[in-house]
Every structure is written in structure tokens, then in C-alpha cells.
Design a protein around this ligand. Structure first.
Ligand SMILES: Cc1cc2nc3c(=O)[nH]c(=O)nc-3n(C[C@H](O)[C@H](O)[C@H](O)COP(=O)(O)O)c2cc1C
Length: 170
């Protein structure tokens, strides 16, 4: 397995986009590991050492999440704050994320047009992107499903999920 996908969704069973994304990725378990933060840590008390060890094993890491209040879900922010620690991901001796490839896979309620006018999704993800750059990571293009609040057809989501899998496996 060469790639790790860290999924942050508070209720995957009630989800449409992230659930279908995970189901599609699960067909490629020989090539990637899916790590669902809320499933592993329902109380969000992360085992920082275990998470750092997991991240260390992979050169390419995807962070998959729904956009919440124009930001990453708070659980992912907590994860970044705690796991990308001083002396591990940055600061003296903090080179453990250096050289890793990072990608975001994001679902939004708002339509593509919403994010093409004043503030784009790239603008919103900038603090995350800068944080990973700061840790010496390389950012790969994001994969996005826009318009989850517009009751998308399941076929459209499945087709987007296949594109997602093909992007990260290529
Ligand atoms: C607490 C909360 C905040 C949200 N904030 C935004 C937002 O700021 N912008 C947006 O486009 N969608 C927002 N949404 C919609 C979600 O992004 C959307 O429901 C999700 O991406 C759909 O994915 P899912 O089917 O996997 O749950 C929000 C949803 C929730 C529950």
C-alpha cells in the first residue's frame, strides 16, 4: 500500500459524497489505506504517537473531508494541531513530513459557480496548504465534489468517485 487516505466526516453513514468516495476507494485496498478519524476516535482523543507512526509510513497522503463553515471540519483542525507537532513536523528535528505529497479531497454543499466568484475553494484551503508547505510537503491538485446540497444524482457521485480513485491511484 502506498497511499493513505485520512477521512474526516462526523457521520459517514448519513453522508452521500464521502460515503460513496470511501466505498469506491475500498475497491482499491491493495493500493491505499483508508483511515477514518471519527471511526477510530469517536471521542476525537487522538493517539498522537500512533498517528505520527501511521503518517510516517506513507509518502502520499490524502485528506478527505466535507467543507464545514468554509473550513476543514474542526476534528481535522484538531488532528493537524496535535499530530503535526513541534519537533516532529516542524521546528528543531521536525522533518518527518518533509517531502510527502499531500492532496485534499473536498465535498462542498455550494455549487461550483459559488466557488468561482469572489472566494474560491483554493482561497479557503490556503491555510491548510500553507501549513503543509511549511512542513516541507508538496501539494497535489485537490479533488472536489461541488454542489452536494443540490441533491445530486447518485450516478454523478459514483462517477466523481471513480475519477477521485483514478486521480489518486495514477
Ligand atoms: C456544519 C456544516 C457546515 C457546512 N458548511 C458549509 C460551507 O461553509 N460551505 C459549503 O459549501 N457547504 C457547507 N456544508 C455542506 C457540506 O459541505 C456538505 O453537506 C457535504 O460536503 C456533503 O458531503 P456528504 O454527503 O459526504 O456529507 C456544511 C455542512 C455542515 C453539516
Amino acid at each position: 500500500m502506498s497511499k493513505l487516505v485520512i477521512v474526516t466526516h462526523p457521520s459517514l453513514k448519513d453522508s452521500l459524497i464521502n460515503r460513496i468516495w470511501v466505498a469506491e476507494l475500498a475497491n482499491h485496498s491493495e493500493a491505499l489505506e483508508i483511515h477514518s478519524l471519527y471511526e477510530k476516535y469517536p471521542d476525537l482523543n487522538f493517539d498522537v504517537a500512533a498517528e505520527q507512526e501511521l503518517l510516517s509510513k506513507y509518502d502520499e497522503i490524502v485528506f478527505q473531508f466535507p467543507l464545514h463553515w468554509f473550513n476543514v471540519p474542526f476534528a481535522l483542525k484538531k488532528y493537524i494541531d496535535e499530530v503535526l507537532a513541534y519537533g516532529w513536523a516542524f521546528g528543531p528535528g521536525g522533518d518527518k513530513m518533509k517531502g510527502k505529497k499531500i492532496r485534499f479531497a473536498v465535498s462542498t454543499g455550494g455549487t461550483k459557480e459559488t466557488y468561482e466568484s469572489k472566494i474560491t475553494l483554493d482561497d479557503l484551503l490556503k491555510p491548510m496548504a500553507v501549513s503543509f508547505h511549511y512542513c516541507g510537503c508538496e501539494l497535489l491538485p485537490s479533488h472536489v465534489f461541488y454542489g452536494a446540497s443540490s441533491q445530486p444524482e447518485e450516478d454523478a457521485v459514483v462517477s466523481n468517485a471513480k475519477e477521485y480513485a483514478s486521480n489518486i491511484l495514477s
